[in-house]
Design a protein around this ligand. Structure first.
Ligand code: ATP
Length: 273
């Protein structure tokens, strides 16, 4: 076993703490003085137009990037200064474009989520096998478990990486555009899974472009523009007509889904006469 120890449990509350963080790629400032927190049991959506700094922020939280100013804390520790194996016991990231260069099967890839929990020989324990089967089932992948990931569709492959993150049994689940490339049913399923994970006690932070799915599923939204937080709060507070117009530059109709009560925004695209 590693002599290194993570703080807790009990985990500090909130489990994700970003305070005054700045980051630049060379001369290009990507995140500029951002602060936000997220707690266990909460599903937070990160919104904003292309280039707003959402993916960079997620990578800062995961410890894949270091801030040039400010602090990032994950369960009380600095994720960039902590060995990846220890970070992986707390935090799973599903990136925007997950890649694998070898033709592993779906079950092999999901088992990779268990690496941080395994010993040197990586012999799967009963817990490892149970976590993998549970994640495969949750992501509707049992029928594809023996297939090679390089022979799947883009949407199927995304579900595999989502399952790998679930199998990791993290405390914090970071999702970068989890609904991209998914059909409508699997978009809803992905959001439902994220919500169930949050209700089960995980802290879920997801970058989302679909404002309506975000409004329906997230507890709280953080809107970014130009690397800064421009709004934070409940979906109905954040997604006002004025804000969507100001941040995304698109006039919208804002209403409420009569069946669910969720806030709905629709762009004012005029039908072709
Ligand atoms: P999108 O919605 O398009 O995925 P985003 O909100 O996730 O965008 P980021 O990917 O965080 O935005 O990018 C923030 C800024 O940093 C953008 O101006 C982008 O061009 C720049 N950027 C991102 N990655 C790099 C990189 N590897 N090198 C240089 N600049 C980068």
């Amino acid at each position: 076993m590693s002599p290194l120890r993570l703080p807790g449990p009990p985990w500090p509350d909130p489990i994700v703490e970003v305070r005054g963080v700045r980051h630049a790629y060379g001369a290009r400032v990507s995140v500029d003085g951002v602060s936000f927190t997220a707690r266990e049991g909460e599903f937070v959506g990160l919104l904003g137009p292309n280039g707003a700094g959402k993916s960079t922020l997620i990578r800062l939280v995961a410890g894949l990037l270091a801030p040039s100013a400010g602090t990032v804390r994950l369960a009380g520790f600095d994720p960039h200064a902590t060995p990846r194996r220890l970070v992986a016991r707390v935090c799973a990231l599903v990136p925007q474009e997950p890649r694998l260069d070898w033709p592993f099967t779906v079950r092999d890839v999901v088992m990779m989520g268990r690496t941080a929990h395994q010993g040197l020989l990586a012999i799967p324990t009963r817990e490892d096998l149970g976590a993998v089967e549970g994640a495969l089932a949750a992501c509707d992948l049992l029928h594809l478990a023996g297939r090679r990931v390089d022979a799947l569709s883009g949407g199927e492959r995304r579900r595999v990486f989502f399952a790998r993150a679930l199998a990791q049994e993290p405390r914090v689940l970071l999702l970068d555009e989890p609904t991209a490339f998914l059909d409508l049913a699997h978009q809803v399923a992905a959001m439902e899974m994220a919500r169930v994970a949050a209700r089960g006690g995980l802290c879920v932070v997801a970058v989302l472009h679909d404002l309506n799915l975000a409004a329906a599923a997230c507890d709280r939204l953080v809107a970014l523009a130009g690397g800064r937080v421009v709004a934070e709060g409940s979906p109905s507070d954040v997604l006002t007509e004025e804000r969507v117009r100001d941040v995304w530059g698109v006039p919208v109709w804002r209403g409420q889904n009569q069946a669910t009560g969720a806030t709905v925004v629709l762009p004012n695209v005029r039908p072709v006469p």
